[in-house]
Design a protein around this ligand. Structure first.
Ligand code: ACM
Length: 433
């Protein structure tokens, strides 16, 4: 459960006033699953039986949500999905480390266990790479003319990443890094023009939104560059997954480049439409050699690259029939869309995902996981991210845990939950049922 349903628990009548001294920790019961737990609450106190370490943590989260009075009863609880993710785009707008730590706390409180950081895009490169310092020196700041004084590149240092990863691990959250390629890579090409299809041309880190036509070239040296970047990424992020993007890669530059066309023919590829899949495959092979699993976004016209887990962002009714996928349908999980069609809202991505849409997401229980997305073109600040995330993230969290129920009941439980978040300074957007 994410937001408790006290009425379900209170079948014995009565409640116990919460005090940490009243909590007894029973030995683990593996049958509950690593993330599962059982709470037994009665006149003599509270017993937490965890499945594993994460289960103990989640049992205590549930107790904390009951507040001062924990109702008598027993609850056995475990998640439906092993991947319960939130993606935050820190490329379009950089988010300070302090905010990431706060967001990790909020995720953990909602029993979410993946923070996927979209670290690079056309508009920014936000991760220090020692071997290629210009990625952040140039890519850490958007183009569009001379920088105002004091406009320093903004990115996470290696030390920042180690702190974020460790903080997350203590809260059972895994950080999944995304390095986007071969499209959505204009910031990298601005830093190292030899990565592009016109190495003599100087590009800026893009200051517009959308899909840049400038993509990585197909040279072996560019493959090696990206694999070297991934080596540093693997060193910094110990989790099993690395995301390499792979979405929205316009083939126009390759179609018009004699060099790219020659390279396609050397590689035996039928045409530019196969190049993106090939590029992602080269990264997947490299990551697999180092024991990591590659994730990429799905693309409508492309067969998934073998050996990758696909993150599916298409319409819900166009989802592939596969189990090794993470569902992120934009119609349910893009929290950068407006939350209603009411006038007067701050600018957001065109599209609407209401709270009811988010709660009504019914993912196939056979998939690997589910994820909601916070793209930040229209979220310049942490305040705006929180405003867009909440309350829809609470609905998503119940879906991801596998405990959604009746929507009116959710709304009743949500009210006091949002009041608790707001009291702690979380900037909660409007509740529009
Ligand atoms: C995406 O929204 N391009 C993954």
């Amino acid at each position: 459960m994410i937001i408790p349903r006290p009425r379900e628990l209170a079948f014995l009548g009565g409640s116990v006033a919460f005090h940490p001294d009243l909590v007894r920790h029973a030995p683990p019961d593996a049958s509950l699953g690593d993330e599962g737990y059982r709470l037994d609450v009665g006149p003599s106190g509270i017993r937490v039986t965890p499945g594993g370490r994460a289960g103990r943590f989640y049992g205590l989260q549930t107790l904390a949500q009951f507040g001062a009075a924990v109702p008598y009863g027993t609850i056995e609880d475990r998640p439906l999905f092993g991947w319960r993710g939130v993606m935050l785009d820190v490329a379009r707008h950089f988010m300070p480390k302090t905010f990431l730590l706060r967001l990790i706390d909020l995720l953990a409180e909602h029993k979410l266990n993946i923070l996927h950081l979209h670290l690079t895009d056309d508009q920014g490169w936000r991760l220090e790479i020692e071997r290629y310092p210009r990625l952040t020196e140039v890519g850490g700041r958007r183009g569009g003319g001379p920088a105002p004084s004091g406009d320093e590149p903004r990115f996470y240092t290696r030390e920042d990443v180690r702190e974020i990863v460790a903080y997350a691990a203590e809260r059972f959250v895994t950080i999944v890094p995304e390095i986007e390629m071969p499209g959505h890579a204009q910031a990298a090409i601005a830093a190292y023009p030899e990565l592009g299809n016109h190495p003599s041309r100087r590009l800026e880190v893009w200051s517009g939104w959308g899909i840049s036509e400038h993509v990585l070239n197909l040279e072996e040296s560019t493959v090696a560059f990206c694999q070297n970047v991934l080596d540093e990424v693997m060193d910094l992020f110990p989790g099993p997954y690395v995301h390499v993007g792979g979405d929205e890669c316009p083939p126009g530059e390759w179609e018009r480049s004699p060099r790219a066309l020659r390279r396609l023919s050397e590689l035996g590829l039928a045409g530019p439409s196969e190049a993106c899949r090939w590029f992602v495959g080269r990264m997947a092979e490299h990551l697999a050699r180092h024991g990591r699993r590659t994730i990429c976004w799905d693309e409508p016209d492309r067969e998934p690259t073998p050996g990758t887990t696909v993150m599916v962002w298409r319409e819900e009714d166009a989802l592939p029939d596969r189990s090794d996928i993470i569902l992120a349908p934009h119609t349910r999980t893009y929290l950068d869309y407006y939350s209603s069609d009411a006038p007067g809202q701050p600018p957001a991505q065109p599209g609407v995902v209401t709270l009811a849409d988010a709660y009504g997401f019914t993912p196939d229980p056979g998939v690997r996981g589910v994820q909601c997305q916070l793209w930040t073109e229209y979220m310049p600040t942490p305040e705006q991210v929180e405003y867009m995330a909440f309350p829809r993230l609470c609905a998503f969290a119940e879906v991801a845990w596998g405990s959604p129920g009746d929507y009116p009941d959710f709304l009743r439980r949500l009210d006091p939950h949002l009041a608790r978040l707001a009291a702690r300074g979380v900037r909660v957007g409007p509740l529009i049922p």
